[in-house]
Design a protein around this ligand. Structure first.
Ligand code: ZN
Length: 187
């Protein structure tokens, strides 16, 4: 059973991430608030993956703060400790590298991540596959959406074994996404 202190730590992470992402929107046509995404990632890990490790749930909430805002790893450590910092750093792309390199590195690194980081990465891909299928970026043509789904499959191949229910959900969303996009391609 989670303690008051655990709930406080999780809510503190949500508050921190909401502040850091406050000026960002998702790329869908409705420009949803960015914070919806990390909240969805953490919720999926808890509900589907049945994960109660507070470090994983905090890291899920914070997983895009270093990559997509001015947040530093030191700040994460100061507020949430070294373990959370490590997981967030593991799932953070080096934005100084070209996009194609970063995408290849995600595939290469996936099998070598800690289990905690693998859980966050897998739920991140679940959220993104759902978004690219149902609420895609307004300017993404169909081929780009299909290519994105293909790429996530290569990343997830390196995450297999970390959590069966999450892997099953990913597989289901991937096949539903491919079916939906192939129908759209024929219209
Ligand atoms: Zn993300």
């Amino acid at each position: 059973m989670a303690s008051v202190s655990d709930f406080t730590k999780l809510l503190k992470a949500i508050h921190f991430a909401a502040l850091k992402h406050r000026d960002q929107r998702r790329k869908d046509v409705e420009a949803s608030p960015y914070i919806n995404h990390p909240i969805e990632v953490a919720e999926t890990i808890a509900r589907v993956g049945q994960v109660t490790d507070l470090v994983v749930l905090q890291s899920a909430i914070l997983h895009d703060t270093v990559e997509d805002t001015l947040t530093t790893p030191e700040e994460i450590e100061e507020h949430f400790g070294l373990e959370v910092r490590r997981v967030v750093e593991e799932v953070t792309d080096d934005k100084s590298l070209p996009k194609a390199t970063r995408k290849q590195l995600q595939i290469d690194h996936a099998p070598h991540l800690s289990t905690r980081a693998q859980l966050v990465k897998l739920a991140d891909k679940i959220s993104n596959v759902r978004a690219v299928t149902e609420t895609p970026p307004a300017d993404w043509p169909l081929e780009r959406r299909v290519a994105y789904l293909d790429w996530t499959e290569n990343v997830v191949a390196g995450l297999r074994g970390c959590n069966a229910p999450l892997e099953n959900l990913y597989d289901q969303l991937l096949s539903q996404g491919r079916a939906a996009l192939s129908i759209q391609g024929k219209i």
